[in-house]
Every structure is written in structure tokens, then in C-alpha cells.
Design a binder for this molecule. Sequence first.
Ligand SMILES: CC(C)(COP(=O)(O)OP(=O)(O)OC[C@H]1O[C@@H](n2cnc3c(N)ncnc32)[C@H](O)[C@@H]1OP(=O)(O)O)[C@@H](O)C(=O)NCCC(=O)NCCS
Length: 327
Amino acid sequence: MGVIVAGLGASLPEKVLTNQDLEKMVDTSDEWITTRTGIKTRRIAREDEPSSKFAIEAAKIAIENAGMKPADIDVVIVATVTPDMMFPSTACIVSSSLGMGEIPAFDISAACSGFLYAMNIADSFIRSGKYNTALIIGVETLSKITDWEDRNTCVLFGDGAGAAVLTRSDEEGILGIEVRSDGTKGDLLYMPAGGSRMPASMETVKNRLHFIKMNGREVFKHAVTKMPAIAKEVLDKAGISVKDVSLFIPHQANQRITVSTGERLGIDPEKVYSNIERFGNTSAASIPIAWWEAYSKGMIKENDIILLAAFGGGFTWAAAVVKWRRK
Ligand SMILES: CC(C)(COP(=O)(O)OP(=O)(O)OC[C@H]1O[C@@H](n2cnc3c(N)ncnc32)[C@H](O)[C@@H]1OP(=O)(O)O)[C@@H](O)C(=O)NCCC(=O)NCCS
């Protein structure tokens, strides 16, 4: 018995925000953003577009891509740090919108590593025999918690959703997943207010504490060491050589992090997928959006080995190795 990724999907807002647009909002330049991050444009949700809108659209595509119906899904897991509300979960909104009935549905919080954390949970559920088929979604509307007056962060992030359907199979598709965290570094990338520690008040709003705060240099330093290390670990445990990797899809945080991670792993640059130029950092959504794009472009064939790796707030980091099998 194995677990395969039977379907993928993604959804992005229509609105495009360019570096030139940002030049008019904060003291920055297209040249700075391009050379430091690789980002040229990002998609931004409208005021009336919550995360669930993109999660639902991505889920519909993934379910159809798997040749399934919403009724075939046994559990829904949504990874996000920008849920529609603190509660109920965005997963409950997705499952009810798609008419999935009274199946279990819940959100998880693991920032940019969220999609791989969700994959780890779904894979374990299926392997344990508890459920046959899981829908996992990484979705963010980071624009809603971005401080558009802070040039250190506002140039980096974008919105969107990606989804995958995991199901039981005779074949082995998910060859390994590793997930880690280090809560001692939580304050290097976080949103201070709006939770029970610092509930929303006039004061928290005035002090701009409902926005992402980040020590970019520290995050960068840890990302470029933790991502390749865990990717190497997942490959070693699965008994797979780096040479056998057909496509490496890292979390799209910064083009320099992507290039450095690929180099440290010794993967050919043409096997390292990047779309950060167009979409920026979409946190939990970045891996499934990139995966869906690569698949849609015909870059993934049956039996290809796909390596995924992520790093984000928490700190959290994770990697997975997947053999592409659709049957
Ligand atoms: C944020 C990041 C792009 C900054 O790049 P960097 O090369 O480390 O830049 P530094 O932080 O050293 O800042 C260099 C200078 O540029 C300035 N700067 C920051 N943002 C700027 C912007 N948008 N435009 C122009 N200048 C900017 C800084 O103020 C700093 O100026 P100073 O030296 O006078 O203080 C980079 O650290 C990064 O990508 N970190 C990881 C972020 C991330 O991925 N977060 C999500 C988690 S996965």
C-alpha cells in the first residue's frame, strides 16, 4: 500500500502589483527588489476576496484533476496563516462550499512550511488506514497582513492558493517526508497582535502590530542552511540520489535562497523550479502553485522524482520526496 498525489490545482488573484507600483508606495526601486529577491510582480487579492475564495477554486481544480468528485474526499486540511477568520476554520468553509458533507476539516498553522506539514498529516492518515483520500490546501492572502508602509516586507509577499489530492494506491508515490520546528526563533518572523497574547485594541492597531514583522537577514541565514539539510535528509532516508531528482520545487521565498539551496544540494539549475519573479512569496501556497504550474506545462512525467522543501515562520522547515504516479 502506498500514497500517491492524484491531483493538483491552483488559483491566483487577478490583480497584479508590480515593482513600479511599489516604487510609488514606499522608498524602494525595481532594481533593489529584482537584485535582492528576484521578484518583479505579485498577485494581490481584492478587499472582498478572502483566502477561502482561492482555496475553493484551487480545490475544485485539484479534485477534477484527480478524476474525482468532492464526495470522494474523506478529510480536508488547510495550511494558512491568513485564514478567513480565527474560527471557524477555512477548511470548514471549503468543505461546506464544495458540499463535502460532515467530513473532518481543519486548519494548520506552520507558515511557509504549511503545505508540507499538511502533506505529512494526510500521508499519515492514509497510511494508518483512517482515511482513503485527503484534500490538502496551502492558501494565503498575505497582502491582508502586510504593512504597506514597511519596505522591508511589503515587496516580498503575494497571494494565492494551491491544492493537492492524496489517495491510497497500490503504488508508492510519497517516498518520504521530514518536518521540523524551532520555536526559540519565533520572534524573527511573526505577527505580534490579534491573538490571545495581544488581543486587538486601538493601541495594537495604532502601533501597526497586526502586520508581518520580520528580521529578513536572520530568516535568510537559517533558510539557506535548513532547507538543503532537510532535503538531503529526506532523500537519504528514501534511498534516493540527488542525481535522480527530476524536479526540485523549493518554497519560493527569495530567488537567492532558491539558487543557494539548489547549489548546496548539487542539483542542476534547470531542474530547480522558480516562479517567484511573477508571484513573490505566497507562503504555504508557494509549493503547490509551483507544482501545479510545472505539471500544467508538461514538465512532470510518470515516475519522475520530485523534491519539495520549505522554510518559514515558527521557525518551521520541511521536505518531501514524491514519485509522480497518477494511477
Ligand atoms: C528581506 C531580504 C530580501 C533583504 O535582503 P538583504 O540582502 O538581506 O538586505 P538587508 O536586510 O541586508 O538590507 C540591506 C539594505 O536594504 C534596505 N532595504 C530593505 N528593504 C528595501 C527595499 N524594499 N528597497 C530598498 N531598500 C531596502 C535595508 O533598509 C538595508 O539598508 P541599510 O543597510 O541602510 O540598513 C532578505 O533578507 C530575505 O529575503 N530574507 C528572507 C525573507 C523571507 O524569505 N521571508 C519569508 C520566510 S520564508
